[in-house]
Design a protein around this ligand. Structure first.
Ligand SMILES: Nc1ncnc2c1ncn2[C@@H]1O[C@H](COP(=O)(O)OP(=O)(O)OP(=O)(O)O)[C@@H](O)[C@H]1O
Ligand SMILES: [Mg+2]
Length: 443
């Protein structure tokens, strides 16, 4: 490398203008877009995704270009940082814990504009904490929450000195008294109930804090709720589901429609889309506790939301269809992955005192819909994917789907429970088929 290699190459003003392309040089009239799947232990939804993507078929856009969509399960291997990336969009399920693919995703986004669901650049705020404070700032009803320092020393040679000099002694019981019993203690970055405990009295409080060890904990006021609403959002699509956290996994999502008041229903769907647009999350589930018309968001940052057929059952066809639709839309329209957050726009609304809470929610939602191109997305789906609903309905009734369900049940449950679960999920899927036929007017 010479010492001027960093200098920008200047255009050569003496060069002749580039001639117009001859017909053989014109851009190709077909384009193939590759979706990469970066997977952990799941087989069910990737198999469904591959099957539904194949149902999309070629899409011809107004410019005469015919687009084909394909997918590939990505493997993990050494890479040259300058190596071009073939994958135009990646659905990632690994990067929240596996750093090699995480770094590959960042390189793909920065160097090749690969579209990511979700982008690791958004992970820094993908604990509960950032989303709590952001939604508090928007004026939403996040329950009162405190963050307390680590119980155990942090593994760093500088900790002893820093802590002796700057860690203020604090009164855990006084904080608890302010929040009131019962309350919840849970990691600021939790998931899967790791380290979550309900605290009924001082004894529980001391024990839970002692047990927290190296985890950084929130203490949160309890919300007495009528319904736990779990909203799964994929791009601009959201399904608000009646979730029962106390039930075993296969029974957590109840199939109940209209379980919320119209106002709470509107708010839950809006909050999920708003928080996702704010942080650039495009495949996420959002948990809210609902009492009457009041909605209390408590957990809304999942880099890898649950989409197993054995959890979602009835909602599974919708979820995979939404993933396929949003991927197709992003690829064919050339949507660019978001690199910048626009939080200031939300805060400018939050800071206005001439708007009611409801008007603010509408204004946040308008920014979120701008982020997701919601109106354009639905118009595009109507124009280019009119056949997809019927094709998915047919696929869910096919042997291929039964095989997928059976193999998932076989890997999830012990032999003596499999028939029972096949009947359980088969019944719920049959219910979806029935409702979908009514919705599509083919009953
Ligand atoms: N403030 C609260 N009020 C009432 N219940 C709560 C509160 N916070 C948490 N819970 C209960 O504790 C459960 C776990 O809490 P939370 O969702 O915050 O943890 P998590 O580790 O993310 O769990 P998951 O992965 O199941 O979402 C919730 O499903 C809910 O039943
Ligand atoms: Mg949760």
């Amino acid at each position: 490398m010479t010492d001027t290699a960093w200098q920008q190459e200047l255009p050569d003003s003496s060069a002749t203008p580039t001639p117009a392309p001859t017909p053989s040089e014109r851009p190709p009239s077909t384009r193939t877009h590759l979706v990469g799947l970066l997977l952990g232990a799941e087989e069910d939804w990737p198999t469904a995704f591959e099957a539904l993507l194949a149902l999309v078929g070629p899409i011809t856009t107004d410019d005469g270009v015919t687009h084909h969509l394909t997918s590939e399960r990505l493997t993990i291997e050494p890479f040259d940082l300058r190596q071009p990336v073939r994958t135009e969009l990646v659905i990632d399920r690994l990067a929240h814990w596996y750093y090699h693919p995480r770094e590959w995703l960042k390189k793909a986004a920065l160097m090749n504009d690969t579209y990511l669901l979700n982008s690791p650049f958004t992970f820094q705020s993908m604990e509960k904490h950032s989303a709590y404070v952001a939604l508090m700032r928007l004026g939403l009803k996040v329950p009162q929450t405190w963050l307390v320092p680590y119980k155990n020393p942090v593994d760093n040679v500088r900790w002893a000195y820093t802590s002796a000099k700057y860690n203020r002694p604090f009164d855990l019981k006084a904080i608890a008294n302010e929040l009131g019993y019962p309350m919840y203690m849970k990691p600021f970055d939790g998931g899967g109930w790791r380290g979550v405990s309900r605290i009924d009295d001082e004894r529980d409080l001391i024990k839970a804090y002692d047990d927290s060890g190296e985890m950084l904990m929130h203490l949160q006021a309890t919300v007495e709720y009528d319904h736990f609403a779990r909203a799964l959002s994929i791009g601009p699509e959201t399904m608000v589901m009646d979730f029962r956290p106390e039930q075993p996994m296969h029974n957590r999502y109840a199939v109940t429609h209209d379980f919320l008041t119209p106002s709470a229903g509107r708010q839950t769907a809006a909050i999920s889309r708003i928080v996702n647009a704010m942080f650039g999350w495009e495949f996420n589930s959002c948990e809210m506790l609902v009492k009457g018309d009041d909605v209390y968001p408590i957990d809304y940052a999942n880099a890898c939301p649950d989409v197993a057929v054995t959890s979602l059952h009835y909602y599974f066809p919708w979820a995979i269809k939404a993933l396929v639709r949003w991927s197709a839309y992003c690829l064919v329209t050339g949507r660019q992955g978001p690199m910048d957050l626009e939080m200031r726009r939300y805060f400018d609304v939050a800071d206005r005192d001439d708007l009611s809470d409801e008007e603010k929610l509408d204004a946040y939602l308008a920014i979120a819909d701008e982020y997701f191109d919601t109106a354009a997305y639905w118009a595009w789906c109507e124009r280019h994917l009119p056949h997809l609903d019927a094709a998915v309905l047919e696929w869910v009734q096919s042997d291929a789907f039964t095989h997928l369900l059976r193999s998932t049940v076989v890997t999830t449950y012990p032999a003596h429970e499999r028939d029972r679960f096949m009947a359980h999920f088969g019944g719920l899927i049959a219910l979806w088929v029935k409702d979908e036929k009514v919705r599509l007017g083919v009953a």
